[in-house]
Write a protein that binds this ligand. Structure first.
Ligand SMILES: Nc1nc2c(ncn2[C@@H]2O[C@H](COP(=O)(O)OP(=O)(O)O)[C@@H](O)[C@H]2O)c(=O)[nH]1
Ligand SMILES: [Mg+2]
Length: 373
């Protein structure tokens, strides 16, 4: 074990064995910050050795869903059921040794589904090619947790993702960190701080090596959230939970499992016989929050047959990326009809956020009008 690994193990051990109370909370906050800082260092070293990106799955389609679960819960069977991919299935652990993509169609959108090796405890530390799997999960737009009646420890799966900097069904904390090179560190907040008061925020920042710059806290964040903001490489992903092999469950076992898995609301399926698959496809589409944008060339009706599919929160700039580059180059403004417009035909710029079923006309600079038709 390298000295970095030893140090990480030592800090982990100290966090585990220190009782949390008023007298120790500042110390524990420091230890957590120290641990996060050491893990960043480990990531940086792994990257410079060229590790961590072994799979290189190319993203395609409008969004990507990562199947995350223990070995043998039925991930490959589900992929084959949802898409026309051909992923090997078997009653052995580790059947899937590489990542297999498949494509699912949903209301005009194509959704890439990735079947990957099952996660095992310790994946975030590199066990069972865990680091590669987790780096692919980080680039997905939605996590689909798949469990079965015998492997239903969701909490441990989430812990592995957290270890890899993935935050599930959470919003990024409203914290702005700016590093400087002199003048000391100022910490300010726009709300009353409970968990980060009493010197906690400062202690964490110091432990992270931030001595100059500013931190602005716009919510009553926790120490973990401040550490996430300082680390800066966290990804925030929505997730849905699916229980496979549901045909094996008695009604009582199903009720028990539902309680155990709260606050998630699991979708019960059988990848083998197809039960629940239609409902699951609907849930995937909804969770990805697609919006449909109808492009209307000037003086013509909008194209309602082929909407441009974007994700909720997309702007005119995102729309332009999906249109001929000529329109982007000569863009002057956009005219919008629909939910995002204050009045029909409102003129907006690139940063304007669009809503589902908006109609948009791209207005181009004079002299390049032909590009728009
Ligand atoms: N009873 C039952 N078995 C299933 C179901 N889906 C998959 N299996 C079986 O579970 C085993 C592991 O499936 P596989 O798709 O290879 O799992 P993976 O390791 O998660 O990719 C295989 O024997 C499958 O036939 C299901 O809905 N019900
Ligand atoms: Mg498999």
């Amino acid at each position: 074990m390298s000295s970095l690994e030893e140090e990480i193990a030592r800090v982990e051990e100290e966090i585990r064995t220190t009782a949390y109370n008023k007298a120790t909370q500042l110390h524990i906050g420091r230890l957590k910050a120290k641990l996060a800082h050491l893990r960043l260092e480990r990531e940086a070293r792994a990257k410079s050795r060229g590790g961590g990106v072994g799979y290189g799955v190319r993203k395609s389609g409008h969004a990507t869903v990562g199947l995350v679960g223990y070995p043998s819960v039925g991930k490959s069977t589900l992929l084959n059921r949802l898409t026309s991919a051909d992923s090997a299935t078997g009653a052995y652990d580790f059947t899937t040794v590489s990542i297999i993509p498949g494509m699912l169609r949903w209301a005009g959108a194509s959704i890439q589904i990735l079947d990957m090796p099952g996660l095992v405890p310790g994946a975030a530390r590199g066990r069972g090619r865990g680091r590669e799997v987790l780096s692919v999960v980080r680039s997905a737009d939605l996590v689909l947790f798949l469990v079965d009646p015998e492997h239903s420890n969701l909490r441990a799966l989430i812990a592995e993702l957290e270890g890899a900097g993935v935050r599930i069904n959470a919003k990024p904390p409203r914290i702005v960190v700016q590093a400087g090179d002199r003048g000391g560190l100022t910490i300010s907040s726009t709300v009353r701080l409970n968990q980060l008061g009493g010197g906690m925020a400062l202690a964490i920042a110091r432990e992270f090596g931030l001595h100059n710059g500013s931190i602005v806290l716009r919510e009553d964040a926790s120490p973990d959230q401040l550490i996430d903001a300082l680390a800066g490489n966290r990804v925030y992903l929505p997730a849905i939970l699916v229980v496979n092999k549901a045909e094996l469950l008695t009604p009582a076992a199903r009720t028990r499992l539902t309680q155990e898995l709260r606050p998630f609301e699991p979708i019960f399926i059988s990848a083998r016989d197809g039960t629940g698959i239609a409902e699951l496809i609907e849930a995937i589409g909804r969770a990805l929050r697609f919006i449909r944008i109808y492009v209307k060339p000037p003086g013509q009706p909008p194209d309602r047959d082929e909407p441009v599919i974007l994700r909720d929160g997309a702007t005119v700039a995102d729309l332009l990326r999906r249109l001929p580059t000529e329109l982007d180059r000569t863009f002057r403004a956009a005219q919008v009809w629909g939910r995002s417009a204050r009045f029909p035909g409102q003129t907006v710029g690139r940063e304007h956020p669009l809503r589902d079923e908006d109609v948009v006309t791209v207005v181009v600079a004079r002299g390049s009008a032909r590009a728009a038709s």
